[in-house]
Design a protein. Structure first.
Length: 206
């Protein structure tokens, strides 16, 4: 038996309404509101003392050693400014495209200055009749975390070892201090951009 064909009504019966879409006017995207919230977060983070992060250890009730990580307040502020930059990407691209380029260039110069070029061993060869040692690099370049073990000369002749180098902690702090300076400058410029857009004049949605 063939199924009966049903004629779709031209309109819904009285009393039946289509449910509001999930993306209704009530959930309208407001760029000024998001920008204001992110600016407040940046201001709150920057008003704190800018201190390097570290990891300390404590004993729990069972006598086990547990790590306690204190976050780096510099990194938190920098990440917050980066988030604001990403939020305002269309406005930056339209009105101040050089702002992003200058920021990224400054960060790259700082990275190139302090980054660790990973070593994976040593080779020996003759130079002007004298045997000399040369580091072998993996090609991986990155910014280590504080307390990171790096390859250094070993105690035995012609040996290498992975050890903690306190000198690198100083370089890592110097790197993040420099990035913090650039983030401060960027945050200032982003505030000028937002001011020029009159984001907080009235209650317009974007």
């Amino acid at each position: 038996m063939k199924p009966k064909k049903q004629i779709m009504p031209e309109s819904l019966p009285q009393g039946e309404e289509i449910e509001d879409s999930e993306y209704s006017r009530k959930s309208e995207f407001s760029k000024p509101v998001l920008a204001q919230a992110q600016i407040s977060k940046c201001l709150d983070l920057r008003s704190r003392d800018m201190r390097p992060g570290y990891t300390s250890f404590f004993l729990d009730k069972d006598g086990n050693s547990k790590p306690q990580i204190v976050p780096d307040s510099r990194k938190e502020f920098i990440a917050s400014v980066d988030a604001l930059k990403n939020l305002l990407a269309p406005e930056i691209e339209k009105d101040f495209p050089e702002m992003k380029e200058q920021y990224e260039t400054a960060k790259k110069k700082a990275f190139d200055k302090y980054a660790w070029h990973e070593t994976i061993g040593r080779e020996w060869g003759a130079v002007d009749g004298e045997e000399k040692a040369f580091w072998v690099y993996s090609g991986k370049v990155y910014m280590p975390h504080k307390g990171h073990n790096i390859m250094c000369l070993g105690k035995k002749p012609k040996s290498v070892d992975y050890v903690y180098s306190p000198a690198w902690d100083g370089k890592i702090d110097a790197y993040w201090d420099e990035i913090l300076t650039y983030a401060d400058e960027l945050f200032e410029e982003l505030n000028k951009l937002i001011h020029s857009l009159d984001y907080f004049e009235g209650k317009s949605s974007w």
